[in-house]
Write a new protein. Structure first.
Length: 120
């Protein structure tokens, strides 16, 4: 069975992080008033190519003149949090996880067991 991986997960694995930009712009009909637009997308810090592309589009296609942009960026998956584990659960281990009262099965269910599952 092949499971499709989401676009967002693939971007995170490629080093992208969640970027949020608060974009203050002047109202076209009332230039003394500022309006706020919040933009959020996965982007690469510190260059922010996605945000720069969006702001380029804004300046060329939209009427509201940009006043200021405030950016926050956070990588949701970092190298220390992601590692490949070469292991699989047998059908006996899976049935033990679903109904067993053994402490090691409860730890596996909660995800508290650190490290790969070893087979003997």
């Amino acid at each position: 069975m092949v499971t499709a991986v989401s676009r967002e997960f693939r971007l995170q694995m490629d080093g992208y992080g969640l970027t949020t930009a608060e974009i203050h712009y002047r109202m076209p009909d009332y230039p003394n008033l500022l309006q706020l637009y919040v933009w959020q997308e996965y982007d690469l810090a510190p260059d922010f190519p996605e945000l720069k592309g969006f702001l380029g589009y804004w300046e060329s296609e939209l009427d509201g003149a940009l006043h200021s942009v405030r950016v926050a960026h956070h990588r949701l998956i970092t190298p220390s949090e992601w590692r490949a584990v070469d292991a699989s659960l047998s059908s006996i281990e899976r049935s033990a996880l679903s109904g067993s009262k053994k402490p090691e099965a409860r730890r596996l269910q909660r995800g508290a067991l650190k490290g790969p599952i070893e087979h003997t």
